[in-house]
Design a protein around this ligand. Structure first.
Ligand code: ZN
Length: 350
């Protein structure tokens, strides 16, 4: 089959092309629970840029064995092509979205549903992913799509959408009408997060972003207040919240100073949810104690939550802004993402 393959890291992200379009062996069934999915769409994620930069190298490659060449792509949807002998209840051609973490489901953590924290693999990061015509996964990872949703239109839900849903669900549990939730970053994840918050809670949503394109998208997604990032952004949020800050701040950026900004926008006893990454969070312990704020990490979501998100999408409560590229155009998509030229989410379609 054809695939886009990463052969070398580029720490500065300056190379004109990062992945190479080439022939690779077809993925094979190796266990009775395996499923081969014909890719209908593979989301292009900022994590892919971080992989190219080598940020994930210590985590993906702890034993020092060479991980490259790697087929990236951890946000996948498509149709069932081939199934292992133990797979039941699915048919060739069924449309599916793929939960990104493959586990055997047997550890206590996995049995509790927390697959992200149990042992397993993450295709696209530590093994071959979906920048290709087909992908090997497990039957445990599949969520069958309703007839309303086409694979190429939903692929980014597998990680970006699921992560945004996971954090929005946590925040929505605590938020009531009259309270505020700040969303920092209305790009690929943020624009989904805003819609999930709108669907699940009655708090006022304040969106902070440096891009007018993203702020426009935030407005379309239901944001109540828009704040342009930069000088005056903190004052604008404090003024909207009677000087107190917001009960919840969801930081989808996590770099370029957003972590200190986000914490400054979080009111006493409020929750600061960190989703994006790239810089260190620094705060004096005494500030944490005096204000009783919480800093909460977020990592993708569960298989059950992917089902919940598909229910929201099926009912039209969450819509993805998707920019389509052919599989051959992977470098163009990655560069457009790096340059901030994508409204919503880029998807590669073989
Ligand atoms: Zn992703």
């Amino acid at each position: 089959m054809k695939a886009q393959v990463l052969h070398r890291y580029d720490e500065e992200l300056t190379a004109p092309s990062w992945v190479e379009y080439e022939d690779v062996p077809d993925p094979r069934i190796t266990s009775p629970s395996d499923v081969i999915v014909r890719i209908g769409g593979a989301g292009v994620c900022r994590t892919d840029l971080h992989i190219i930069e080598g940020v994930w190298r210590p985590h993906m490659d702890p034993t020092g064995q060479a991980l490259l060449p790697l087929i990236m792509g951890h946000e996948n949807a498509g149709w069932i092509e081939e199934m292992g002998t133990e797979v039941e209840g699915l048919r060739k051609g069924d449309p599916v979205i793929v939960h990104p973490k493959i586990t055997d489901g047997l550890s206590l953590t996995n049995r509790r549903g927390h697959d992200m924290h149990g042992p397993g693999r993450f295709p696209g990061l530590d093994s071959n992913g979906g920048y290709a015509e087909a992908l090997a996964t497990s039957v445990r990872n599949l969520v069958k799509l309703p007839a309303t949703l086409a694979p190429k239109d939903v692929a980014p839900y597998a990680d970006a959408g699921l992560t945004a849903y996971h954090v929005a669900k946590k925040a929505a549990r605590e938020l009531v009408a009259g309270q505020y939730c700040v969303v920092i970053g209305a790009g690929g994840l943020g624009h989904i997060g805003i819609q999930c918050l709108k669907a699940m809670c009655a708090a006022d949503i304040i969106v902070v972003d440096r891009s007018d394109l993203s702020l426009g998208l935030a407005r379309e997604c239901g944001a109540d207040h828009l704040v342009k990032a930069g000088e005056g952004a903190l004052e604008a949020v404090l003024s909207l919240t009677s000087g107190n800050g917001a009960e919840a701040v969801i930081d989808f950026v996590g770099e370029h100073g957003t972590t200190s900004l986000g914490l400054a926008m979080t009111r006493a006893m409020g929750n600061y949810y960190i989703v994006g990454y790239g810089e260190n969070i620094t705060i004096p312990a005494v500030d944490m104690i005096i204000t009783e704020r919480n800093i909460i990490g977020n990592l993708v979501g569960t298989w059950a939550e992917l089902n919940e998100l598909m229910s929201l999408a099926d009912r039209g409560l969450v819509k993805l802004a998707v920019q389509e590229y052919g599989l051959k155009q992977a470098n163009e998509a990655l560069h457009d993402l790096h340059a901030g030229r994508i409204k919503g989410r880029a998807v590669l379609v073989p």
